[in-house]
Design a protein around this ligand. Structure first.
Ligand SMILES: [Mg+2]
Length: 257
């Protein structure tokens, strides 16, 4: 851990559950920042834009800079623009839809590409069947991430990865995914924070998105036992975290002896 200069830090399940802060994390971030560690908050939260996420974190009292957040909506927008798609359908919150529709034509009839983000409880059979038929007619799918489940204040909830995978299965197609655990997402995080892989650690609660993703990009990976951590999922994972700690606050002791 001597080389470590920067911390890629997941949000949900590490610093808070839903919107309830985990005790002590604000002081721990301040301590680490005061010791000179750089931070980049990397999250698959994709129902809102990075700017809205920034406002949310500030309101919670988390010391974060506007440029210290990397989340999938902007990365997906950059991808769709780069691929020169002319029209798009976006499943996501208002701000995420606007991010695309401000610059790319909205098409909900036969879109060239369907961007799938977080729409909470709005998933149902009618929507899945609608998407299924569009994909069969040629629409491509770009998923903001492929999370299996997440932890809300009242328990675990199924995530969009399950719906995207279901659509892939039913249509025998493959989607493009943007967020964690994609190696490309970690590479853009490494580029954004401006340090090399051996100077960085990733801390998260998700054995796949955070730990396997970080290891695929050759980062030191630390898993916390908060949020959606489940012992059996970690025990059965082919990729293991370098360190397993109780919660984010234990990172201070790990880095600062
Ligand atoms: Mg998490």
């Amino acid at each position: 851990m001597k080389n470590i200069k920067g911390i890629l830090c997941d949000l949900d399940g590490v610093l808070y559950n839903d919107s309830v802060l985990i005790e002590g994390v604000i002081d721990s971030i301040k301590t680490l920042k005061n010791k000179g560690y750089s931070f980049l908050f990397v999250t698959n939260t994709s129902g809102i834009t990075s700017e809205e996420l920034f406002d949310k974190l500030i309101k919670m009292g988390i010391p974060v800079g506007k440029d210290e957040i990397l989340s999938p909506p902007l990365a997906a927008y950059n991808y769709v623009s780069k691929m020169r798609y002319n029209n798009v359908e976006v499943l996501g919150g208002t701000s995420v839809r606007n991010l695309f529709y401000d610059n790319i034509k909205e098409n909900t009839i036969d879109p060239e590409v369907i961007v799938v983000g977080d729409i909470g409880k709005n998933w149902d059979y009618a929507l899945m069947n609608n998407l299924f038929n569009k994909i069969l007619n040629g629409s491509k799918v770009v998923g903001l991430h492929k999370g299996k489940f997440w932890k809300a204040a009242d328990g675990l909830r199924i995530d969009i990865g399950a719906f995207i995978t279901g659509l892939e299965f039913a249509t025998s197609t493959q989607s493009v995914c943007i967020g964690k655990p994609e190696k490309a997402f970690y590479e853009s995080a490494i580029e954004k924070i401006g340090l090399s892989a051996d100077e960085l650690l990733m801390i998260g609660d998700d054995i796949v998105g955070d730990i396997q993703g970080a290891k695929s990009a050759n980062l030191t990976a630390i898993q916390v036992k908060t949020g959606k951590y489940r012992k059996e999922l970690t025990d059965n994972s082919p990729v293991q975290p370098d360190y397993l700690i109780e919660n984010f606050n234990d990172l201070v002791g790990l880095l600062i002896k």
